[in-house]
Design a protein around this ligand. Structure first.
Ligand code: DX5
Ligand code: ZN
Length: 229
């Protein structure tokens, strides 16, 4: 069972810039983690893709287990897979502090959200830009985190879609204050302040961080921009 204090750490820290390791140097994973820790990041975002729910393949349980051994940072796992219910328990057991799955991948999200919570992790629901907010309204009471995608799930380096801003504004009025509102895709120094103004407090950034040589500087800049609203 994960250490619940990691979930509390994430909840209490705000705003939080979460590096998406999708864009990191996997040949030097430990060095990347150490550089991010030194940069003061408050958690890591892990994009799990199965080549079926999205047309891209990334990594799975062994990488998550390796990261869990490497760091105490909260691990925010974003499942972009079909049938997430088949694997969610194993991601919790491997060390995920938050497990988020896509509403488009399930018929009824409620049982799986409840199970992730029972297992001891934070439960999150994600929705793609094309998916109406109405599709998740019936499960918000079971969500520790709601992820408004600002690009279609599948790849890093895509352009920010403003449809996420409207969803975030509406979500702010629909969820309790303790629910973590996250945005993912195309988050950078030109888009992060608008996401913060719309209500996001958790900002996933891949290329914006790993495209720079000085992670500390870019994390500080993004955090400042997110705090300015
Ligand atoms: C996309 C992933 C994102 C992605 C973000 O499906 O969920 O986490 O890595 O990458 P950037 O920040 O480059 O848009
Ligand atoms: Zn993601």
């Amino acid at each position: 069972m994960p250490d619940r204090s990691n979930l509390s750490r994430l909840r209490e820290a705000s705003p939080v810039v979460l590096p998406s390791l999708l864009a990191c140097d996997f040949g030097n994973l430990e060095r990347e983690v150490r550089r991010l820790e030194a940069a003061g990041v408050q958690g890591l975002h892990l994009d799990v893709m199965d080549g079926c729910f999205v047309p891209n393949l990334t990594f799975g349980l062994p990488i998550l287990e390796a990261l869990r051994r490497l760091t105490d940072l909260p691990l925010d796992v974003h499942l972009m897979i079909v049938q997430p219910g088949r694997y969610a328990d194993r991601f919790v057991d491997a060390g995920a502090d938050v497990v988020t799955f896509h509403i488009e991948a399930v018929d009824d999200p409620r049982p799986l959200l409840a199970r992730i919570r029972e297992r001891g992790a934070g439960a999150g629901i994600a929705l793609n830009p094309a998916t109406p907010l109405a599709q998740i309204e019936g499960c918000l009471d079971l969500c520790d985190l709601v992820l408004a995608m600002s690009v279609p799930a599948g790849f890093g380096g895509q352009s920010f879609d403003e449809v996420a801003l409207d969803k975030l504004r509406r979500l702010r009025d629909l969820v309790p204050a303790e629910t973590m509102l996250e945005v993912d895709g195309g988050v950078n120094d030109r888009t992060i302040a608008r996401c913060a103004a719309a209500g996001a407090r958790y900002f996933v950034a891949g290329t914006a961080i790993f495209g720079h040589s000085d992670y500390a500087a870019v994390v500080r800049q993004l955090t400042e921009l997110a705090s300015s609203c």
